[in-house]
Design a protein around this ligand. Sequence first.
Ligand code: PMP
Ligand code: GLN
Length: 390
Amino acid sequence: LTRRITGEGSSAWDIHFRAQERLARGEDVVILSVGDPDFDTPAAIVDTACAELKAGATHYADHRGEQELQQVLAARHTAQTGVSTDPEQVVVVAGAQCGLYVAAQCLLDPGDEVIVPEPMYVTYEAFLQATGARVVNVPLLPELHFNIDPEAIAAKVTERTRAIFINSPHNPTGAAVNEATWQALAELCVEHDLWLITDEVYADLMFEGEHFHPGQLPGMSERTVTVSSLSKSHAMTGWRLGWVIGPREFAVHAGNLTLCMLYGSPAFVQRAAVTALTAELPELEEMRQAYRGRRDLMVARIKSIPGVNCHTPAGGMFMMLDVRELGVSADTFAERLLDEFGVSVLVGEAFGPSARGHVRASFCVSEADLDKACARIAACAEAFLSEADG
Ligand code: PMP
Ligand code: GLN
């Protein structure tokens, strides 16, 4: 076996799988350990997929993406960035996860350095290691609510640096990069001739303001690769439909790679994606409002719990709970929270050392379940505090 890939982050899910097993046994467990929307895919999208299947869309599709979907995505990207985007710059892939892998393989060589703020989503480690590039992490600090400090990133740039990966809104912290920070990052990329890979899977789930697309900044369209998907915004995690958009020569490379990796995303899924991106779907805004309502509920409840604090997420479906005042490790807290109180969260350190003392909670359950989870988090915190007193 190759020694390049350790993918240690994958063990982060152990606690989640245990919680799922308990739920399957009929136990009363609230799962806040995964970011999988609890909503159904909007019916119009499902209808298109079913109709296309019945009509015989069961053959190989264009491996780079069907023309109509490429056109829809290019027009959308043009509207978002104000930079004219050709359909040939778009490559359709099996979810953003596949897009991240493709982007990394197309842009990084062994010996290159790639800068990634940490905590980072757990898969980043393995897909970057697979390129042979060296991952250079930059800490995101709880004191800054896990927001990016562009100067800390600038300090890590060397002559070997090839790319910076930025995820906003961020998994696991919910932090969103503001325009000034994007500008500083863009200047850095232009000055040092770096690629900027922007992981935008949560971009349509911003709670205040809109996501800022860095490709619109001067000198950036030719060095920005956008990775996104329908997974979160359209409650379509299981459909595996995502895309990468970048300069033409990047897209040629990415297309060649998808040829050998995928041989194209299923045609009926691609046609359903056109419906997802072009039809009038009131469900999308309803889902966003639901996440916002859940976020507000969670923040209010968590802030009222002695010994537990939280960082208010600007977008996405996750928030970080700070349990440092309880005087126990996040791991100890998460284990007891599941074992004794029936709530699953992920341990922050699984995403990187800067999240020490934190756990990640998702809000992909109903407000009633969130309410129940918060009461249990309060009871768990109380148990630790009273033991510390006694
Ligand atoms: N990036 C981040 C930050 C994510 O949280 C996820 C969701 N697991 C992905 C990429 C992958 O998304 P997809 O389901 O579209 O592959
Ligand atoms: N992105 C989601 C999360 O971080 C889902 C990942 C998964 O199911 N493996 O929870």
